[in-house]
Design a protein around this ligand. Structure first.
Ligand SMILES: Nc1ncnc2c1ncn2[C@@H]1O[C@H](COP(=O)(O)OP(=O)(O)OP(=O)(O)O)[C@@H](O)[C@H]1O
Ligand SMILES: [Mg+2]
Length: 368
């Protein structure tokens, strides 16, 4: 998939902007604070109505204005389409359109898929489990938008269950009410777990391959889903269901003590091992960078495998930080295949591609 043209109205520091994009490579160069990241954010807003930077939609709207709009012409193997998202700050609502026709969000999602690499991703390996779960959940949601709703439903159940645990304490144990919440929790947890394990299995194979190439076969990457020991890729859903129920039974006193649901996919983690050593503890800065890059490359292939189209790739600031050999490998992998958007402060450090794309200069909310 490719974005042929992009239009922004009152989005962040852009009053009005229309851009024709290169089908392979688009470099956005400019000093700090000029609007480079805002452009990548506009692409993620166009894709899903959300941003990688904030949950506060009002921030998207140009100061003093009431609404913002991003529209784009997205072309794929079987044709192209204009899609657009508008956010109205007074009504706090988003409006999604395909070819000018209003559509529901769930129908809109999945048409444009971005894969994003920002400096924050470098904390993925050593940061909190939440970030790693989010990484995986976002990947699945990109290719299977209904997953977002399934996950939301699960989180709602956990919240309600926690509320009951806190409110009724000991009295809740063995009550019909908690039993019924346990059933619902487990039912939804199984859906999440099976999707997560299948997706991670696929992603880990792809990442392992990319990682091997990035390290000249010196390092071996393993990725594991860390959950209850009985949960394995390929486990039967009934087996997962049973072990979750058993685990809930075992930990019920503890759950009451903490007023928290302690069993389920919201507590799981993803573990990375480089040559058998846990990367969270032992990976160097450079190794973390390589690992994350391998994951991003795996994402590209994962999306391609699931949807038949490569996503668009957004690099915010990180490209110029990669060393020569990683950059070369990256360029070889994506060039001509994946439409790429790269931001940076100096054009010369970005120019590693054989075929020049477009270089845009970004200055105070204008693109030249
Ligand atoms: N809603 C808004 N309305 C107007 N201006 C905004 C709005 N939100 C952010 N800005 C401005 O946008 C600019 C930041 O843009 P952006 O984050 O894209 O910069 P950048 O070019 O990526 O910079 P850096 O190189 O430092 O990452 C800031 O100057 C900020 O004041
Ligand atoms: Mg920036």
């Amino acid at each position: 998939m490719r974005i042929e043209g992009l239009k922004l109205i009152h989005f962040r520091n852009y009053s009005q902007l229309e851009l024709e994009l290169d089908k392979n490579l688009n470099l956005f160069v400019g000093a700090n604070g000029q609007g480079k990241t805002n452009l990548l954010e506009a692409i993620s807003f166009l894709a899903s109505g959300s941003s990688f930077r904030t949950h506060h939609e009002s921030e998207f709207v140009f100061w003093g204005k009431k609404s913002c709009l991003v529209s784009g012409i997205v072309s794929k193997r079987f044709g192209k389409q204009t899609q657009q998202v508008c956010y109205e700050s007074e009504k706090r609502r988003k409006i999604y359109k395909n070819e000018g026709v209003l559509v529901e969000r769930r129908k809109y999602l999945g048409q444009l898929i971005p894969v994003l690499f920002t400096p924050e991703d470098l904390t993925l390996v050593k940061g909190q489990p939440q970030g790693r779960r989010r990484f995986l959940d976002e990947e699945i949601a990109k290719v299977s938008p209904v997953y977002e709703y399934e996950l939301g439903r699960y989180q709602q159940i956990v919240k309600q269950r926690n509320f009951l645990l806190k409110k009724y304490r000991e009295k809740i144990i063995g009550s019909q009410e908690i039993e019924s919440w346990n059933e619902q929790l487990v039912l939804q947890a199984v859906k999440i777990l099976t999707k997560r394990m299948a997706a991670l299995h696929r992603i880990s194979l792809l990442a392992r391959l990319a990682h091997r190439k990035l390290t000249g076969s010196r390092e071996n990457l393993d990725i594991n889903y860390a959950s209850l020991p009985t949960h394995q890729e390929g486990s039967h859903p009934e087996q997962i269901r049973q072990s979750l129920l058993e685990s809930l039974e075992e930990r019920k006193q503890e759950e009451v003590r903490w007023g928290q649901t302690l069993v389920g996919p919201h507590r799981d983690d993803i573990l990375f091992f480089i040559n058998g050593k846990n990367a969270k503890m032992y990976a160097s800065q450079g190794q973390q960078r390589t690992l994350v890059l391998a994951l991003k490359l795996a994402e590209l292939e994962y999306v391609k495998g699931e949807t038949g189209e490569y996503p668009v790739l957004l690099f915010d600031d990180v490209f110029s930080e990669l060393d020569e050999s990683r950059r070369r490998f990256l360029v070889e992998t994506i060039e001509g295949r994946v439409q790429t958007f790269i931001t940076g402060t100096e054009a010369e450090r970005l120019g590693n591609f054989r075929h020049a794309g477009r270089i845009f200069t970004v200055s105070r909310g204008e693109v030249l």
